[in-house]
Design a protein around this ligand. Structure first.
Ligand code: HEM
Length: 446
């Protein structure tokens, strides 16, 4: 049943939170409203009407059938584009189509297959330095690993000492962006406006720009076509025009940010879930021992690592790193039988839909085996969509699925990770869904 209601929380509450410098917990609010009001919640987000939409059929209308009636919402343009420029995640229309076409070949199956060895060897190098029984922050470890993989595969760059600069500044940017974006009023203030969030965000963007500019400069200077994404971005020309430096910088920043934050969060949640479910962990280990028999995984092994894939799918169901995203109606449009005025903002939460008991039995329970017998095909479309859907579906979904399965197989074949005693792990819903304050675990050699 599709219901509408008018929660009292308003854009002024968001403004108050921003002025206190706190990112508001929009996910918790949306969860409460879905429980109280259903699949279609109206919210007066002055100056726009807003809706939290949680029914798969309505989501199919928004993301596929009537996708031409929607664009990315204004907060993407005001707050996100301050650091992503007009990169793929935030651009719209003809410019987006051209950029997507130029970047797409770097993500074709044949090409990403070549990245498998780099992914496995980065994971092997990381675990070669692990000590039995040592405490680690598994979230930070997964971030370093995913960052190194993105840099090597897509940019053929060794980021070495810059890794920490990138990681720390991207975190600052995420937090401050949400503080800024959470109030449209502040989001509409210029980037130089002297509030603390703006200052911190600007400093972090400058630090990242320096790193990205160096990578682009070195590649332009070498003039070598490395056959990777960066070469494609710099040399790409579907209409005889190579991509301008600014556009290449925007896409590079977008791919760095989108390409490592998400997969590293997914990996962190996967370790967390496995640590709490010894039965699932034992099944995973049995599969890895049987298929790999002690050797590192290869691309060809993936087809036989079925349980490994279910573990990742189930982790993406319970903790989708892109827990929520949005759209804005560019014209009056009918969705789920109701007319939404032009300008309406839509909030879409894979996190909420994927934990809905109408589509998933025992929705809050981690059960990788639920994915047996092609569950994904039997579900309504958009009951499970960790990578979004329609034309704007994640460009890196195949890359990420391969990466996560290979990392899990490489590490879990040799190590298990246990939660540190007394660790309290809580999700923090910024732009992505991460464990708040890290993931304290202990390494244990298998
Ligand atoms: C577990 C890993 C990942 C998850 C859960 C994820 C999720 C998503 C989602 C939900 C969207 C759609 C957003 C929307 O419709 O507004 C998206 C878009 C995007 N993702 Fe991912 N992503 C992941 C990994 C990656 C990787 C590895 C890359 C690149 C290397 C990447 C690059 C992008 C880009 C560029 C877009 C924008 C695409 C467009 O609009 O044309 N993502 N991602």
């Amino acid at each position: 049943m599709i219901m509408t209601s008018h929660p009292r929380f308003s854009s002024f509450d968001l403004l108050r939170a921003s002025l206190r410098g706190e990112p508001p917990d929009l996910l918790a609010l949306a969860a409460q409203w879905k429980r109280d009001y259903g699949d279609f919640v109206y919210w007066n987000l002055f100056p726009y009407p807003a809706y939290v939409v949680s029914h798969p059929d309505a989501l199919h209308e928004i993301l596929v059938e009537k996708a031409d009636a929607f664009q990315k919402p204004p907060i993407y343009k005001t707050a996100l584009s301050r650091f992503l420029g007009n990169g793929l995640l935030v651009s719209d229309g003809a410019f987006w189509r051209r950029q997507r076409k130029l970047a797409q070949p770097a993500f074709h199956h044949a090409r990403i297959g070549r990245y498998a060895e780099t992914m496995v060897s980065a994971a092997q190098t990381m675990i070669a330095g692990w000590q039995d029984g040592a405490p680690i922050d598994a979230h930070a470890a997964m971030m370093r690993l995913a960052l190194e993989i993105v840099a090597k595969t897509l940019f053929n760059a060794d980021i070495g000492a810059d890794a920490e600069t990138i990681r720390a500044n991207l975190h600052i940017i995420q937090r401050e962006t949400l503080v800024i974006a959470s109030s449209f009023l502040i989001g509409l203030l210029p980037a130089w406006f002297p509030i603390a969030a703006n200052r911190r965000q600007r400093r972090a963007i400058r630090a990242l720009n320096t790193v990205i500019a160096r990578i682009i400069r070195e590649r332009r200077a070498s003039g070598v076509d490395e056959g990777d994404l960066l070469s494609m971005l710099l040399l790409a020309a579907d209409d005889g025009q190579p991509m301008a430096d600014q556009a290449a910088r925007d896409e590079a920043m977008t791919l760095f940010m989108a390409g490592y934050e998400t997969s590293s969060n997914a990996m962190a949640w996967t370790w967390y879930l496995l640590a709490q479910h010894p039965d699932a962990e034992a099944q995973l280990h049995a599969e890895l021992d049987r298929v790999l028999a002690g050797r590192p995984p290869t691309l060809d092994d993936l087809a036989r690592l079925t349980y490994t894939e279910w573990v990742i799918q189930e982790s993406l169901r319970l903790y989708p790193p892109a827990h929520g995203f949005g759209r804005q109606a560019v014209r009056r449009v009918e969705i789920g039988g109701r007319v939404l005025p032009k300008g309406s903002i839509i909030f879409i939460y894979p996190y909420l839909v994927q934990r809905d008991a109408r589509w998933f039995d025992q929705p809050d329970v981690f059960k990788p085996e639920r994915w047996a017998d092609d569950l994904e095909k039997r579900l309504p479309k958009f009951a499970y969509f960790p990578f979004g859907g329609g034309a704007r579906i994640c460009i890196g979904s195949a890359f990420a699925m391969m990466e996560m399965r290979l990392i899990l197989a490489t590490i879990a074949a040799r190590w298990r990770l246990r939660l540190q005693p007394g660790a309290h792990v809580k999700p923090e819903a910024l732009i992505t869904l991460a464990p708040r304050g890290g993931l304290p675990m202990v390494t244990e050699r298998r």
